[in-house]
Design a protein around this ligand. Structure first.
Ligand code: PLP
Length: 415
């Protein structure tokens, strides 16, 4: 009996020692489901401000904000405090929409105070994909119409619904059949607007296309689009999941363009680093999900109280420090430093949502490794070849921008 006991202890020790000996890197590659076989693959122990720190002491400047999430900077003390305070009070209580949770209602109130009267009702969900799914469901239910118009090179998430609105055939081909009745038009092409008819439930648009490589919807185009939507009774959905929370120079992109959408989708920066999404409409439109039949959209964790507490704290940091207002000048400094380099073909931006096109394909492929070695984190775009992303936390300073540009120029010279 004793022998057996000792043997099992030895076995347990052997197993736990083995576990300790396997590196996190090995576990990552063997036991984590990965969306690609070329992940960044660096291990991060701690993050603060614009910096990420590896266990070996390597310090990285984060020019991605993971993507466009950490607008107030990593581990902002006010956000961390809000998370701790809320976690000590309560975490999950009940499925979404059943009980009154202080952080959720306070965040909804603060958000709607930032927004026009027609966007006065927030449906909290978990992610960007769920927000765009929910928004399109709402539009179909409100209008009773079958069709949806989306854009070529658009990205709205990776769920079956969001894939249906994705403007890239390669990424969705293997998942067909998807949602029927979705057609795709070209951004900034006013003659395509005639595709929007009395059968169209909604048009879903990123006011700046992110994964297309920062393609800006022109102001006149947005006005013409709104006019055609109003004429045909079609709901206009803006996906501001990447453009929101100060990224493009105003709290939300639509505010600087003078076009108010019927439904606004938010995620990424909405949670201040915690998972959170939302679609926002008028109470009248939103009521469609409440009645006939009820439960038009349901979610267990949507509007999680800890995420809402973090999101509200992060939004207040952005507002109190006027971070949105600094985005365009900071982008201009990046542009001024980088555009002179012979390998830089073009820079596009809307505030601190930037894309840098590189002139040489072979050199472009070497750029990411070089930048990572030199301590810069950046990322390519899904649908724009030979471009890298600059979307740092909005708190980045002039010195930090100059330091980042020194490293980027060094990397461009080395490849
Ligand atoms: N919409 C836009 C514009 C995005 O950039 C993204 C994510 O990159 C999404 C939707 C999907 O968000 P999530 O990854 O939270 O589902």
């Amino acid at each position: 009996m004793i022998r057996f006991f000792n043997l099992s202890v030895k076995l347990r020790n052997f197993e736990s020692n083995t576990m300790i000996m396997i590196s996190n890197r090995k576990i990552f590659y063997q036991h984590i489901g990965l969306p690609s076989d070329i992940p960044l693959g660096i291990e991060i122990e701690r993050a603060e401000g614009i910096y990420l720190y590896a266990p070996d002491g390597q310090k990285y400047i984060d020019l991605v904000s993971g993507v466009a999430v950490s607008n107030a900077g990593h581990s902002h003390p006010k956000v961390v405090e809000a998370v701790k305070n809320q976690a000590e009070k309560y975490m999950h209580l009940m499925v979404y929409g059943e009980v009154i949770q202080t952080p959720q209602v306070q965040y909804a109130y603060a958000l709607t105070k930032e927004l026009p009267k027609s966007l006065d009702c927030v449906y909290f969900v978990n992610s960007g994909a769920e927000a765009t799914d929910g928004a399109v469901k709402l539009a179909k239910r409100y209008t009773g119409r079958p069709n949806v118009i989306a854009y070529k090179n658009a990205y709205h998430g990776s769920s079956m619904g969001a894939l249906s609105f994705l403007g890239n055939e390669e990424l969705k081909r293997n998942f067909r059949p998807l949602m029927p009745g979705v057609s795709f038009i070209n951004l900034n092409n006013t003659s395509d607007l005639k595709e929007i008819t009395e059968n169209t439930a909604c048009v879903i648009l990123e006011p700046v296309q992110g994964e297309a490589g920062v393609m800006v919807a022109e102001k006149e185009y947005l006005h013409a689009l709104k006019k055609q939507c109003d004429k045909t009774g079609t709901l206009l959905i803006f996906d501001e999941i990447q453009t929101g929370f100060g990224r493009t120079g105003s709290m939300f992109r639509f505010q600087s363009q003078g076009v108010i959408p019927d439904i606004l989708c938010l995620a990424k920066g909405l949670g201040g680093g915690m998972p959170l999404g939302a679609f926002i409409a008028s109470k009248k439109i939103m009521n469609e999900l409440t009645y006939n039949p009820m439960l038009g959209h349901i979610t267990t964790f949507g509007g999680h109280p800890v995420s809402c507490a973090a999101g509200l704290a992060a939004m207040n940091v952005i507002k109190d420090n006027h971070l949105a207002e600094t985005a365009e000048a900071k982008a201009a400094l990046f542009r001024m430093r980088l555009e002179k380099h012979p390998l830089v073909k073009e820079i596009r931006n809307a505030g601190l949502m930037m894309a840098v096109d590189i002139a040489n394909t072979d050199k472009f492929h070497k750029l990411f490794d070089e930048l990572t070695t030199l301590g810069i984190i950046t990322d390519p775009f899904l649908f724009r070849e030979q471009a890298f992303r600059i979307s740092p936390p909005l708190i980045i300073t002039e010195d930090e921008i100059n330091q980042s540009c020194d490293i980027i120029i060094d990397a461009l010279n080395k490849i």
